[in-house]
Structures are given as C-alpha cells and as structure tokens.
Design a protein around this ligand. Structure first.
Ligand SMILES: [Zn+2]
Length: 453
C-alpha cells in the first residue's frame, strides 16, 4: 500500500499535476484542482493472460456487420449532429449547463426510441415519480421505458447485464458512484471510473449509451471534459437567445463535427427547427436596417443561415480603444479594425467597439470578415448599408477581399429570404442568383457601399 501516490487533477479538463495549482494552465479554471490517490497497477504475477475465443484476433472477413447498426433516434436535429443516427454500442456524452434542457431532450428521445427498442433511463437527479411528472408535463407517454434510480455502478452493471437494454440514458454522470473509489460522487475519480465501466459494458452488450453531464462554471462538480476521450461522441447543448438551443458535436467518431442541431424550447419541450435560414435575423418588416448592421450568409455543415452582425462604436473615454465582443472572437474584431484603419483610412483607434450577432450565434467562419468590416464602417459613419444587401469575403492583412467557399449556396439562401444584392470577392464572381458587386479590396467594397445606396 505504500506505493499509493498522490496527484492533483483539474475537475474541469482533467489535467494531472503532481502538486496543487491555483489555476489550471490548460483550461484557465481557478481552484479546480482536486486531490486524488492513484493505486499502483496490479502486478500480473508473471502469468500470461489466457487467450479465449473472445480475445482472439479476427480477420475482417469473419466480422459480420449486422443491419441496423445505425438507427434514427427519432429526433431529427439530434440525428443530424450524430452523423445520421445513433450507433449501436456507441457512447455519447451530452454536456451543458444545468437547466438548459438536457433531461428534456433525453426524455423526448427515449419516447421515440421506445417504440422499437428497449430503453433504460437511469435517474440520479430525480425520483421515478418526478420523472413521470416531467414526462406528463411534456405530453410524453413512456409506458415501455424502465426507470432505475440507483446510481451505484456495481448495481447498475448487474442490471444492464441482466436486462440488456438497447438504449441507456444516465442522467447525470455526476451522480454515479462506485464503492471501489474513495472520493465522493461527482469527483474526477468517480466520474472517470464509472464512465469507463459503463462505456466498456455498453460496447460489450451493444448498448447505445447516453451520458448526461452538467457543466458548472464554479467547478463544484467535475466537468464532462474529463471523460471526453473515453466516449465516441461528445455533444454540447447551448442556449442562444431566448428559447433557442443549439447542439454541437465537439467530437464524433461516426460523423463530422460541422453540423449543428437547432431547437426551440417551449412548454411542451424542445421542437426541432428544421429550416432555420431566417432564424437569426431580425424581421424589420420592409424597413431598412439602421447603421451598424450588416447581413451575411454562413455555412454550418449542410445548412446555410442568414445572420445579422451588429456593431456600435463610441468615442473611448480613456484614450485607447477597447473591443467588446463575445459572439465573434475579439482578436478578429481587432484585426478587422486594424485593416480598416490602415487600408481604408477609417479611424477606429479612439473608439470603443461593441460587436454582437443577432440571435446569439457564435461566428467563426472566415467569410464574415467583410460583413464585419462593413458593420464597423457603417456604425462609425452613422450610415446604413445599402438595403437588401448581403456580403461575404475574407480579408487579408493587405486589405484584399479573398475568395470564400460555397458562394452560390450563400447567394441562394440570401435570395430566398428576399435579399437582392451581394457584395462578394471578385474571384467569387460568377453566375449567381443576386445582383453581384464584385470587389477585390476593402477600399473598393466601402466605395460600392457609398455609391449604390
Ligand atoms: Zn483544467
């Protein structure tokens, strides 16, 4: 026993250190390190492991791929981010802040799944009657679903072995505990140990395992990040604007991570928003937009959305410029401001800059450079951008407007929403659905905006 070593683990990201640190160098969390005892690896006693038929290597020809290996969860937006459906034997982590709707989404999903699959819902947060009441409030009928409220991992594993359900939801992973681990439920040790057990048994039995994990800013509980490497798919659930939820894959062994799922949260739970192209722009009922607003079309996975970038500039009080922007990276806003200053003689270095995106979507595509520049220019000059104009393009540090992908797709989405004109990179010029204004420099782009009205 003397070989037990002490180490410290960040509860937010799982970083391991030999001594306690006040701030995690990886994820930047404060006071997130927790003490943990590591037992030495069990000596194997010199005996080599027995080879059984199950551990024998197989040739690829011997492996039979059963039909129905991937099936639809019944929630279209969830299937979209999963890459087309749920894989049998796969483990999916669903992370998000408490109260955002993770349990609601899971209950809605298992109702759909339970028509042709056996489902076990493991609830460590709510009693069976609370779960039932919640389901009734959502108008769900769950007659075929088994609920289990014991979160001791040893008991749970026995139940899974006996019952062999096809879908298991564990809500939440922070309530799981094992008698073999000394630390309390919700600690890094417990989460790691219990998740490893569950992921292992699910692979073995072909169970699709959903692990719900709370993300807490305070770091009271260890975050889902500590098990991201254990599971096949990591989904994060986010709130944007009022009543809108986005679901994104941070990791997906069975599909791309480009797709986002969009839901509307109402009294009856989450409803999919299958056609969100106009979801993120403000309806001004034919009125032209005020100064500081630029429209663009962004591509996320297979879908294109129209979004509205808003900028505001005010003379800074202390002589230097500050940037406030959380939907677009502040470094990017600063870079675009510098390009405007150097290549279009737009003075922004004595201004405080505020940038926002209507609807609250975070934007990271390079194509938003040009519309962002236009919004800043429009805000500073107090002049509205030309009506029914959409723009996209990347800006180089030399002030050039560079090519972006999916030009036709963006134009098509914009024209469907009533936009008529597009300011785009000269190299993207071609047959489009809108009246095109091709430009190759930011200076020319602003010139066009000043003349077409
Ligand atoms: Zn960390």
């Amino acid at each position: 026993m003397k070989d037990k070593a002490l180490q410290f683990v960040c509860t937010q990201c799982g970083r391991v250190e030999t001594k306690w640190l006040g701030r995690c160098p990886d994820c930047g969390s404060w006071n997130s390190f927790e003490e943990e005892l590591v037992a030495p690896a069990q000596p194997s006693g010199g005996k080599s492991a027995q080879i059984t038929t199950e551990t024998k290597p197989l040739s690829l020809d011997e492996i039979v791929v059963e039909p129905g290996f991937r099936y639809e969860s019944g929630i279209s937006e969830l299937d979209r981010v999963l890459g087309g459906g749920v894989m049998r034997g796969s483990s999916i982590l669903l992370g998000g802040e408490p109260g955002i709707g993770k349990s609601t989404l899971m209950l809605q999903m298992i109702e759909k799944c339970s028509f042709d699959r056996s489902v076990l819902y493991v609830s460590g947060e709510e009693s069976p009657s609370q779960v039932k009441l919640r389901a009734q409030r959502l108008g769900l009928s769950l007659p075929k679903i088994s609920i289990f409220c014991d979160t001791r991992i040893e008991v749970l594993v026995t139940v899974l072995q006996k019952m062999k359900p096809q879908v298991v939801v564990v809500d939440s992973l922070q309530t799981l505990s094992s008698g073999e681990v000394a630390s309390p439920a919700g600690s890094v040790n417990q989460i790691r140990f219990c998740s490893t057990e569950l992921v292992g048994i699910s692979k073995q039995l072909g169970i699709s395992l959903f692990l719900v994990g709370h993300v807490t800013k305070e770091g009271v509980l260890a975050g889902p990040k500590v098990i991201e490497h254990l599971v096949d798919t990591v989904l994060y659930f986010d709130q944007v604007g009022s009543g809108i939820r986005l679901i994104r894959a941070a990791k997906n062994r069975f599909g791309s991570v480009d797709e986002i799922g969009i839901f509307h949260m109402g009294e009856k739970g989450l409803t999919a928003v299958p056609n969100p192209s106009s979801f993120f722009i403000t309806d001004r009922e034919g009125q032209s937009a005020p100064a500081g607003i630029a429209y663009t079309a962004v591509v996320e996975g297979t879908r294109t959305f129209l979004v509205e970038i808003q900028a505001l500039t005010v003379p800074s009080k202390n002589g230097f410029s500050r940037v406030y922007s959380d939907k677009i990276d502040t470094a990017r806003v600063t870079r675009i401001a510098a390009i405007l200053e150097r290549h279009a003689q737009i003075r922004l270095n004595d201004q405080d800059i505020y940038v926002n995106v209507a609807g609250g979507m975070k934007l990271s595509e390079v194509s938003i450079d040009l519309p962002l520049a236009l919004a800043l220019w429009s805000a500073l000059k107090g002049v509205s951008l030309p009506s029914s104009l959409v723009s996209f393009g990347e800006l180089s540090l030399a002030g050039e407007v560079r090519t972006v992908g999916f030009s036709e797709k963006r134009e098509k989405a914009a024209s469907e929403l009533g936009f008529e004109r597009v300011l785009l990179p000269k190299s993207n010029k071609g047959k489009g659905t809108l009246k095109q204004y091709p430009v190759d420099t930011i200076k020319k782009a602003l010139g066009v905006c000043g003349t077409i009205g």
